[in-house]
Ligand binder design. Sequence first.
Ligand SMILES: [Zn+2]
Length: 610
Amino acid sequence: MKYLFTILSAFWLTSTLFCQYPGWQQKVNYKMDVNVNTELHQYAGEMEVRYYNNSPDDLDKVFLYAFFNAFQPGSMMDVRSRTISDPDSRVGSRIESLPLDEQGWIKDIELSLNGVPCKVTIEETIIVAELPDTIKAGKHGVFTMKWNAQVPRQIRRSGWMNKEGIELSMTQWYPKFCEYDHEGWHSHPYIGREFHGIWGNYDVTIHLPPGYQVAATGTMTSTIEESVETGVWHFNAEKVIDFAWVADKNFITESIEVDENLTMNFVRTPNSDYNDQWTELPRFAVQGMRFLNDFVGRYPYPQYTVAQGGDGGMEYPMMTLVTANRSLPSLVGVTIHEMAHSWFQAVVATNEALYEWMDEGFTSWIESECLAVISPSEMTKPRAGGNHAYAYYGYIKQALSGNEEALSTHADHYTTNRAYGVAAYSKGEVLVEQLGAIIGDEMRNEAMKEYFKVWSFKHPGPTDFKRIMEKASGIELDWYFDYFVNTTHTIDYKISGVDHIKNSDMLNVSLERVGTMPMPQDLRVTYKDGSTSEYHIPLVIMRGNRELMEGEMLGEDWPWTNPNYSISIPTNGRRVVNVELDPNLLQADTDRENNLVEFKGLKKVQFISE
Ligand SMILES: [Zn+2]
C-alpha cells in the first residue's frame, strides 16, 4: 500500500513537473455502496462524491452518464443500431425486443450538492443536474446521491448472463460524472461506442448474496474466502477513470506476481472447451506486461485482472473483460490489446470519442509490437511488410474502396461501423508506424516513451502528440497530421523513368507523386554484385530529415508542389538489377506495382513510359 502511494505520488509529481497546456484536470472521488438483488437483476446505490473543480470556470451544472438507459427500445443506441447499414451483430435489433425485466435503467435519482438538492433531468443516457450553487473555480463540492438501477440482459459490454453464462458483467453501470476539460463539456449520449472520463479515487462496497466471486478495478481489502462467505466486497482504486466489476458463482482465480509491486489475476469459469488455453494465457500475458513496461513506460497500478465477461474484449482501468472460449492466439491477442489500453486509455487518456485513433490506433500499434515479440512463431501468420502489415492492408483496402472517412470524424458519427473500425484501429496504427518513414523508427519509439511520460494522467489531443514527435526529431510534422488525420488523401509514388546514360556511370531516376498526399521518399538501387545505393529524399516542408542509415545518402529536398523529381546516381560501373521506392515498406503506398523497376537484361536500358 505504501509503495503504491509512492508510485502514484511519483506520477502526480511527474505530471506536475511536465505540466503543459492545459495544465488542469478535474478530479472526482467516489465512495459508493451498492446492494444487488441478483434475482431481479436490480441494485440500489448510494454514493458520496467529492468533485474538485480544478478548471478556471465556475460550474453551475454537471452531467452524469446513465449508460443502462441505452438498453431500452427506442433509445438512441437502439435506433442507431437498427438504421446503420452495417450494425454490430452483437446488438442488431436486440434492444428493440427486450422485455421489461431485461431492459436496463437508472432512475429514482436523488442528488444533492453540499446537502442542497439539485434539479435533475434524465435525458436518456445523460443526467443533467442544475446545481443549487456554483462550484467555484479551484473549489470542491460534495455530492450525495441515491439511485435505483436495473441491469440489462447482456447485449453490449455490460449486463447479466453473457453468452458464456457469466452472471454479472458490471461495466458502465453507475452514474458517472462526465468530463469537463480544456475543450469544454463532454456529455455525448451513449450509443455503444467510446468513453471519456475523469480521474479519481474509488472506494466501492458491493453487497451480494453469499457464494459469489467478484473481480474488479482496484485492490480488495479482504480475502476472496471472507468475501464469498459474507457477500461483502470492498475495493479501493486510486487515480482511475472508471470502475468495473464482474461476478459469478463459479469463478476460479489464478494470481501471478509479475514483480513485487504488480500482481496479475486471471479469472474465469472452468470449462473443458477453454481450460487449456487459459492455462497457457498467464505466461503470455506476463511477458506482454513486461514488454509494454519496457517499450512504453511503467504500468502504475498494483494489479491487472483478465476476467471472463462481457461480449468480446473491453478495456477498463486495472482490468479487462474478455470472452473466454477462444483459440490461444485469439485469447492472447485480445488480452494484449485490452491490456495495452492501460497505457493508451487508462493512463494517457485521450478523449476517445473525438480522437479515437489516438486510443485504438496507438493501442493497436503497441499491441502489434508486443505480439511480434511474445508470440511463438506457430501462433503468428507470416506478416509481409512488418509487424503492422494487417493494419496497412486494412487501411489501404478501405481507402481504395471509396468509403474511407477522415480520422477526424467523431467516433459516434461515422457513416458505417466499418469506416470507424478501419480508421480508429488500422489507420491509427499506420499513422504511428509510418512516422518511422519521416523521423525514423528509433526516434519514434523514444518519442512515444516521452509522450507517455509527459501526458500520463492527462487528456492529450492530436497537437500534443504532434509536438512531442516534432520536439524529439526537430522535423515539422503539421502537414503529416493534417493530411492523414483531417483528409482522406492517399499516398502513391512511382518510379516514372530510369535512364542509364550510355558510356557513363550515371543512372538518372525520375520519380512522380501520383497520390495527393506528399511523403519523403527512400530510394534503393540494387546492383548485380549485391551492393546497393540508398537515398533518402526529404520534403522541403519537413525543415529537416531523419538520421541517415549507414551508407545512405541525402537527396535534394522535394517541394510538395512538384509532381516530378529526378536524381542522378553514380553506379561506379556496377550493373543495375533494380530500382525501388520505399524498399522497407514503411509507407501506406496504395499502388506498389509502380515502386519497382527491374532490369532483366542487365545491360539494357529500360524506360518506363506509362
Ligand atoms: Zn481497443
